[in-house]
Design a protein around this ligand. Sequence first.
Ligand code: GLY
Length: 375
Amino acid sequence: MSEPNAVQRFPLRHPRGQTEIAAGEGAFDTLLPELAKWVEGRHLFLLSCPRVRSLHGASLDPLRRCAARVTELETLDGEAAKTLACAGELWSAMAAAGGKRDSRLLAFGGGSVGDLGGFVAGSFLRGIEFAQAPTTLLAQVDAAIGGKTGIDLPEGKNLVGLFHHPAFVVAESAWLRTLPVEELRGGLAEAIKMAALLDSGLFSLLERDLEWLLAGDGQRLGPVAAAAARAKVRVVEIDPEERAERKLLNFGHTLGHAIETASGHGSLRHGDAVAWGMRFAMLLARREGWAADLAPRLDGLLDRLAPGRPRAISPEAVLAALRRDKKARERGLGWVLPRRLGEGCWDVAVPAEVIDALVPRFLAFAAGERGSLDL
Ligand code: GLY
């Protein structure tokens, strides 16, 4: 692990080029000369949401001064932004402002702003270049990296989208200082996901420092964000379009997305849902006789993380959402399960009757209505 606060730079090579990534305290200043060239002589669309713009909007002034023209775009805070209606408003605003194929879009905000911004950039005029300036830990370790963009439908999360890689990811640690603890928790859940299946060293670091990280210790958050981002980059470079290894990054997301959908998007945080999803996947792994080394450590870490509980969620609604999961194939849903610390498998078939029997009991445990996970 590098010095606390040191900016780490690394590229992500993908089939259409390369994303330049910088993470740590000072990441924005580090990338500013390249960002300045990227927007020079061009129309820059700067997409953000009210909360982020009011807290950190001024930090982008040096970049605003470099573009030929800047149009500020605003969308809703949080997951509520990821709708067709919001995307439509942005496409119209960009067309009305005279956006061209060489215009640039910078998505400045959390994962939702990034997902929506990338989707709008990837489809406007059949695709303009964009960059991600993620301001949440969750977006810095996961959502902003790897080119997945999209919006939600009432039927489920991220059901419409495209792969469109950003030219830059600016993971500036200074922007994390204003994050509430629930946001840090969500980002740490994704970092735990990455560590459990891809990086045992990062897992040990999270075990050592979790309480400091939850307290927003800037010295520790930057290196953790960089390590998790690097782990993700390694996987995405091997499998950019999620045909194989990249599926590992869906650890915890199969049940997690279903819980989010069943609870109505926005009422349970994504990271919390993923944390519960990982515990459920762990149960399935134990059924296979796998991950005996990881099980107690992951359960212990997730207990300390203390994710928000999914309450009053109908098991039928969760099971229905699982059946509609966009990752399902005609032959059924493939689960991502850990085999041991630092190693996982994807496309694991689990009989539907096993899932149907486990989900109601697991939801009772997650809601705090049942004390043990001995199902
Ligand atoms: N968030 C999972 C992925 O980017 O593949």
